[in-house]
Write a protein that binds this ligand. Structure first.
Ligand code: ADP
Ligand code: MG
Length: 702
């Protein structure tokens, strides 16, 4: 047989077999190397043995006792129970096992247990201990029986790893396979510890040692230390990749050049009815500097809903137009594209720049389509505002130099915009309204430069958010409606295809129209409505043809209806904090006081904590951070970006400090050796190619 190495598929391991290999594969584990980093999800502390007489509380614990007789009986529902008497010097108890009976078999379900627990031998037992009227018990989860009292146990007197077992892969098997792989191949794991300096209190462990200690720590503290040590290496590899990829973007010098000509910019500024805020000015400075550099801009502008990103982007667009280049702004939906078209046309009114709205609707009619297509191709049209339609083959530009992507997170993978062949080396500006903490942003948007706007635009009254009951919320809504304002009423659907829930939202809407809101016009919006109709409903709401919009969560993040001052959110407990925050961002879009009412979310300690966060602050970054702490990064990442690498040991919240450190450290290493040709960086290169070759196409490391 060929030599085994870390890339060898696990099916070649002794004792694995195709079924288990397949079960592992479902967990994303294909190779022997993957087994090494298949880390425990938790640990059982089996270091302390409690004496039997000390069983008086519920909880998990270990006993060590002499085995006595066994008694078996049947419970109802096809369940049998076996009690094994156990004794230590202090007292006696019963180790209790439950097994399901197989109705088609006479085989003894307890046979293996009875065989192991021969009277007179000694047993280590881990499980849930309880004191009941009938005596002391331990519901056995795991055990190890030794013949002599003095024999050392394998899985007791230590911290024992608990893995994500499945039906086809039991804990015991996983432990055995991990243990044997560690023993045989642990030393093969590429070690990059020499490239990383000590960081803070984290010891710089050899990779192999860290891996070993994560599986078999001597204490829970050691487990956490080893996890952080391995995370340090993991994030270091990732940050190296990101640094390489930033370099490769910058490698291509661009051909477009921008001068501040002041042919359009001053007129545009004059058109605005407000002054830029400090943060907007800084963002514009960052962007102009990028545009005037030798390399294409690759920047993300992150700012809460209503922080005024559009004018910032528009400044860049006007700079491009001033220099006779074309620019486009891509929005995720028609309604947002239309909204941009209207506000941008307004802000640029009187300026000599041609703007076009390119969506599937405007491209439908032949005459109109031909005008758009030819105007873009011959360069007459300077600014194209649109949807995905702008990416179509048939859309050709004369000299597109700037691509602005609004609500970037709605598009998924970012690279595809760069890869578009509409322009050779376009400057790219992404915008997102999903605020995320700094360390996370640095990693998520690692290939990009990040500008953050944390304040909202002046002239707005902060939204007041209340946890409320239906009646009170509706009464206040009606007051607002009578003053000529508008209201959103939101029903969450777990899933837009959930027919039953949808039906109830639709029925509720009808009922509300006939009862509470009989004097007002009510519109309805949900995921099952055709896109064109959805647009129509949104448009009517914006134009105040509807007073109330009843909706599932499909209302656009960026939608601007300044008279909407009320939002009632039903089942608020089903939303994440950030989702709630973004939902309520549809109101509060003017100087008027707006109110958000959260209904049905006041049960339990967690719910209360969530509520107090959302009602006490309007700062999206703060909320995102709390959201992350409470729910873990998985869900947030899902909303931000698909296909983000998973970390074996790294934790995006707990390890924020590590991320910052590894970013600067990796950047230095890559600056010093941009192609990773140095012998000292060989292992790093191996790891990068191994983990990222198919994920990040931008790097050209051989
Ligand atoms: P978002 O960041 O959510 O895309 P917008 O760009 O839609 O926010 O801006 C929200 C509103 O704030 C718009 O009506 C815009 O005209 C207005 N606005 C932007 N900047 C300022 C400012 N500096 N002062 C006052 N209003 C502003
Ligand atoms: Mg916006």
């Amino acid at each position: 047989m060929a030599t085994i190495h870390l890339d060898t598929e696990i099916q070649y391991l002794k004792g694995m077999g195709p079924k288990r290999a397949q079960a592992f594969s479902k967990l994303g584990i294909q190779t022997i190397g993957d087994i090494l980093t298949f880390f425990p999800v938790q640990y059982q502390d089996r270091t302390k043995i409690i004496s039997v007489k000390d069983i008086y509380e519920h909880g998990h614990g270990c006993l060590f006792a002499r085995v006595g007789n066994s008694y078996e009986r049947s419970l109802s529902k096809g369940l049998s129970v076996l009690d094994v008497e156990i004794f230590d010097d202090s007292s006696m108890a019963a180790a209790r096992f439950f097994r399901k009976k197989n109705p088609y078999s006479f085989a003894d379900v307890f046979a293996p247990i009875k065989k192991a627990f021969t009277p007179g031998s000694y047993a280590y037992i881990y499980g849930e201990v309880k004191l009941e009227r009938a005596g002391r018990f331990i519901s056995a989860i795991d055990y190890e029986v030794v013949g002599e009292k003095s024999v050392k146990p394998v899985l007791f007197n230590k911290i024992v790893p608990v893995y994500a077992a499945t039906e086809k892969l039991n804990q015991k098997f996983i432990r055995e396979i991990v243990n044997s792989v560690l023993g045989m191949f642990g030393s093969l794991y590429p070690d990059i510890s020499e490239l990383i300096h000590n960081f803070g209190s984290i010891p710089n462990m050899k990779s192999e040692d860290a891996i070993r200690k994560i599986h078999y720590p001597n204490s829970l503290e050691e487990a956490e230390q080893a996890r952080r040590a391995f995370a340090l290496q993991e994030f270091f590899v990732l940050e190296s990749v990101l640094s390489l990829s930033r370099n490769s973007i910058k490698k291509n010098c661009k051909t477009q050049k921008y001068d501040i000509r002041r042919t359009l910019l001053p007129a545009f500024k004059n058109n605005l009815t407000f002054e830029f805020t400090k943060e907007q000015k800084k963002a514009i400075n960052d962007i102009f500097a990028d545009m005037q550099s030798l390399y294409p801009m690759n920047r993300i502008l992150m700012g809460d809903v209503g922080s005024g990103k559009t004018v910032v982007a528009l400044s860049a667009i006007v700079l491009a137009a001033e220099n006779n280049y074309q620019a486009m702004i891509v929005a995720p939906t028609e309604i947002l594209a239309e909204q941009h078209y209207l506000t941008i046309s307004n802000m640029l009114s009187g300026l000599d720049v041609k703007i076009v709205l390119a969506t599937s609707s405007t491209l439908k009619k032949k005459s109109q389509r031909d005008k758009i297509l030819s105007g873009l191709k011959n360069g007459e049209i300077k600014i194209a505002i649109g949807t995905h339609s702008l990416m179509e083959e048939r859309i050709k530009f004369k000299n597109l130099s700037l691509i602005v992507v609004d609500e970037q997170h709605r598009f998924g993978v970012m690279q595809k915009f760069a890869a578009l062949d509409k322009a050779e080396t376009p400057d790219i500006l992404m915008m997102t309204a999903t605020p995320i903490p700094r360390a996370l942003a640095m990693t998520l948007y690692g290939e990009m430069d990040v500008t953050t706007i944390t304040s909202t635009t002046p002239g707005r009254t902060p939204i007041k958010t209340y946890s409320s009951n239906e009646n009170c919320a509706y009464e206040n809504a009606i007051k607002e409606l009578k003053n000529g304002n508008q209201a959103y009423i939101v029903y969450p659907l777990a899933d837009e295809s959930d027919k039953l829930a949808l039906k109830s939202a639709v029925q509720e809407a009808e009922k509300l129209q006939q009862t509470r809101f009989k004097d007002f016009k009510v519109g309805l919006l949900h995921g099952k409505i055709k896109p064109s109709e959805k647009n129509e409903v949104m448009r009517k709401f914006k134009n105040k043809e509807y007073d109330v919009l009843i909706s599932t969560t499909v209302i656009e993040v960026g939608i601007d209806a300044p008279d909407a001052t009320i939002m009632i959110i039903h089942h608020a407990e089903r939303f994440g904090l950030l989702a709630l925050h973004q939902l309520r961002g549809r109101i509060g879009r003017s100087a008027k006081q707006s109110y958000a009412y959260l209904i049905g979310s006041s049960n339990g300690e967690n719910a209360n904590k969530r509520l107090s966060i959302i009602t006490s602050t309007n700062n999206g970054f703060k909320i995102a951070e709390e959201d992350l702490k409470m729910r873990g990064p998985g869900e947030l990442m899902g909303t931000v970006q698909h296909g983000f690498p998973e970390f074996k040991a790294g934790d995006l919240i707990k390890d924020a400090d590590i991320i910052e450190f590894t970013k600067s450290h990796a950047t230095k290493i890559i600056e010093d050796d941009p192609l990773l040709v140095k012998e000292s960086n060989a292992v790093l290169k191996t790891l990068i190619n191994k983990h990222f070759s198919n994920k990040i196409k931008l790097i050209n490391v051989g």
